[in-house]
Design a protein. Structure first.
Length: 324
């Protein structure tokens, strides 16, 4: 039985809840921490009668012997939580983003590799059937890839709490919901980005960072990438949508839908049975903690996403393309 601690009892921890409840025969959440003890108590109650609560994750890690930690904290606490956990557990799952700076990313990658702990980057969109199938089918159906579009976000009426502050957030929408579009672009490409040009804007939300971002990315294999992500409006291409366009045709999808159109032929579509990607992700995390699987998204994948993100913000600052 894998013993798990959840660090942070905010909204995203609720998304992980069903994954642990459905895997009760393999894993048990034994402790939860949050500075808001009522939030920790509420999450613990949902998980079972014997879950212990703490007001500080450092105290939890000193008192409890656990096999794995699930980090669901504000962005600026991710690096500290990983550093505090990495010597004490077999496996770590960290919500996006990995951290808020390349200095933190460098340190995290070095520490994880030196200890041998398994870090799973919680890149949830990778666990949807459409993304997995597109990744598998693209080489044979599309030939050389020309361009990839990765879109994210949707209309938010308001943003509150720590997400309004750059120091805690690490930026704006791009480092939060937009982060999904970044790692999905890199996963579907498989090539390394060589250059990025980014523009951001704050249209309507009361926050320090941007609520909208657009990126153009050039990859080392010659292909191009484009990201549109926003909290200011409904994305015209659809929530979590992507397009992979190649010499033979294109694949496109979102969540549990995947379409394919060969050049000059009609569309073929496939709808998959819906599986909550957070539950699939937690199931995979338990496999990793048990030693049955390697992380689908590793510390290197998270590091590379941070590298592209940081270059994008640098491009915004300079008003020009930035080479990676």
């Amino acid at each position: 039985m894998i013993k798990v601690a959840i660090l942070g009892a905010g909204g995203i921890s609720r998304a992980h809840l069903n994954g642990y409840l459905e895997n009760a025969s393999r894993a048990k959440v034994v402790a939860v921490s949050d500075v808001v003890r009522e939030a920790a108590r509420d999450l613990a109650t949902r998980l079972g009668p014997d879950v212990r609560i703490y007001g500080d994750f450092n105290e939890l890690l000193e008192e409890e012997e656990v096999d794995a930690v699930d980090i669901c904290l504000p962005h600026n606490l991710h690096a500290r939580a990983i550093e505090a956990s990495v010597d004490k557990v077999r496996a770590i799952m960290v919500e996006k983003p990995l951290c808020i700076s390349m200095e933190e990313a460098e340190s995290i990658r070095a520490r994880v590799k030196s200890t041998g702990a398994k870090l799973l980057a919680a890149h949830t969109s990778i666990f949807t059937a459409s993304v997995q199938e597109a990744k598998k089918l693209a080489p044979s159906l599309l030939g050389r890839v020309y361009e990839i579009f990765s879109n994210e976000g949707g209309l938010s009426e308001s943003i509150g709490g720590w997400r309004t502050k750059k120091a805690e957030m690490g930026g704006g929408e791009l480092i939060d919901t937009g982060y999904h579009a970044l790692y999905r672009l890199l996963y579907l490409s498989g090539s390394e980005p060589s250059e990025v040009y980014a523009v951001t804007q704050r249209f309507r939300l009361d926050m320090e960072g941007e609520d909208t971002a657009h990126l153009l990315v050039k990859f080392k294999d010659g292909s191009l990438g484009e990201i549109n992500t926003s909290w200011a409006y409904e994305n015209p291409s659809g929530y979590q949508s992507f397009y992979v366009i190649g010499e033979k045709g294109q694949l496109y999808g979102w969540r549990n839908f995947l379409g394919y159109r060969a050049n000059r032929f009609s569309e073929a579509v496939r709808n998959y049975d819906w599986k909550d990607p957070f539950t699939v992700e937690v199931n995979h995390f338990i496999d990793v903690a048990e030693g049955k699987a390697e992380p689908l998204q590793t510390v290197d994948d998270a590091y590379n996403t941070m590298k592209l993100l940081t270059a994008a913000y640098k491009s915004v600052e300079l008003g020009m393309p930035v080479k990676l």
